[in-house]
Design a protein around this ligand. Structure first.
Ligand SMILES: NC(=O)c1ccc[n+]([C@@H]2O[C@H](COP(=O)([O-])OP(=O)(O)OC[C@H]3O[C@@H](n4cnc5c(N)ncnc54)[C@H](O)[C@@H]3O)[C@@H](O)[C@H]2O)c1
Length: 329
């Protein structure tokens, strides 16, 4: 029996594939490589280049590899791009996602771990954010994940597709082999490190007048290795017959943009120039998870997600891959 990992050539997917294989699991990857990197995957892994919405391909993979479960990372993830082109995001993340889930159900796959996001909460009504906090996304990317969550509930009701939807806060950090190389890159830590390396002139900070101690927004950073381990635990939960659920993945602690930059200065020993810009529309002042439910349901708690370990691992990876994965990947 194998596990299908969609989006396995992407950032979080490639780390999860690495951790699954280290546990001796059979893994198959499906990725269209629109954003992923072939170089992030070992040559010995069965990899299919294709779209999750290609039902015939998904059915063939399911039969050829006797799939029993799936971890579904594949999605477009850029908030700004989703505002400019919502149709693209809804077609890719939801439209293709429906075809994908239908193909899985048709082939008898009944266990799915889904990459959701803290973006489903939008501007939170309370901090820390629990799974029952109000959900009202602020952009089409967040809505695409919100819709997928509702579809998962319907597929569970109607077809018995059991799922765990994991709502990640800010993923960051690297393993020795796999790191963060989004193109374009909109995440804070890789951009801070690019500024430390001199491959970008300065780090742009969007607003310093938020109601936080230093005026910059506060976010909850979670190490990608802790995220990957939560997926493996979620899969085990489903394999044991556990029920469908929605779980936050964060640490319960937040750092401001300026605190992240200061920590990166200490770790890299480099100057990191800052360029102050206007606040971006829809950026909340604070996003901090209450991760207690993931602890109760999965027995998971973050093990390596202190900010220094996150930045240290990302910096080590960046020094080994100054231009990220190679241009051809
Ligand atoms: N990075 C974060 O901080 C973060 C936070 C919350 C949620 N998430 C979610 O985690 C998941 C993974 O994020 P990531 O940072 O690894 O992104 P990523 O862009 O590195 O990886 C996504 C992968 O999916 C592939 N893909 C996209 N659409 C596809 C399609 N229709 N068919 C086949 N492959 C497709 C891309 O080529 C890419 O390899 C996403 O679903 C994202 O929404 C990420």
């Amino acid at each position: 029996m194998a596990i299908l990992v969609t989006g396995g050539a992407g950032y979080i997917g490639s780390v999860t594939v690495e951790r699954l294989r280290a546990k001796g699991e059979q893994v198959v990857v499906l990725d269209d490589f629109v954003r992923g990197h072939r170089a992030s995957l070992e040559d010995s892994i069965p990899v299919y280049q294709g779209n999750i919405g290609d039902r015939e391909l998904v059915a063939r993979i399911a039969r050829d590899h006797k799939l029993d479960s799936c971890i579904h990372f594949a999605a477009l993830i850029e908030v700004g791009e989703s505002v400019i082109d919502p149709a693209k995001y809804l077609a890719n993340n939801v439209g293709q996602g429906i075809a994908f889930m239908s193909a899985l159900v048709q082939e008898g796959v009944r266990q799915l771990v889904f990459s959701s996001t803290a973006a489903v909460y939008g501007d939170p009504d309370r901090i820390p954010i629990t799974e029952v906090s109000r959900q009202w996304p602020k952009n089409p990317y967040g809505w695409s994940k919100f819709f997928m969550e509702r579809l998962l509930e319907s597929y569970d009701n109607a077809y018995g597709l059991k799922f765990v939807a994991l709502r990640y806060f800010n993923a960051a950090g690297a393993t020795e082999k796999c790191g963060e190389d989004h193109r374009p890159e909109s995440h804070l830590i890789p951009n801070v490190l690019a500024a430390a390396l001199g491959s970008q002139q300065a780090i742009r900070v969007f607003g310093n007048n938020y109601p936080t101690p230093d005026g910059t927004p506060i976010r909850d950073y979670i190490h990608v290795v802790d995220l990957a381990d939560a997926h493996i635990r979620a899969l085990d939960h489903l394999r044991r017959g556990g029920s469908s659920d929605f779980l936050n993945l964060g640490t319960g602690h937040g750092y401001s943009v300026l605190e992240v930059i200061e920590c990166a200065r200490e770790i890299t020993g480099r100057d990191i120039p800052v360029k102050m810009e206007s606040p971006r529309a829809g950026d909340p002042a604070r996003l901090i998870a209450d991760p207690a439910k993931a602890g109760t349901v999965l027995g998971w708690k973050p093990a390596v997600s202190d900010l220094r370990s996150i930045i240290r691992s990302a910096w080590d990876w960046r020094l080994r891959h100054p231009s990220g994965y190679s241009a051809q990947s």
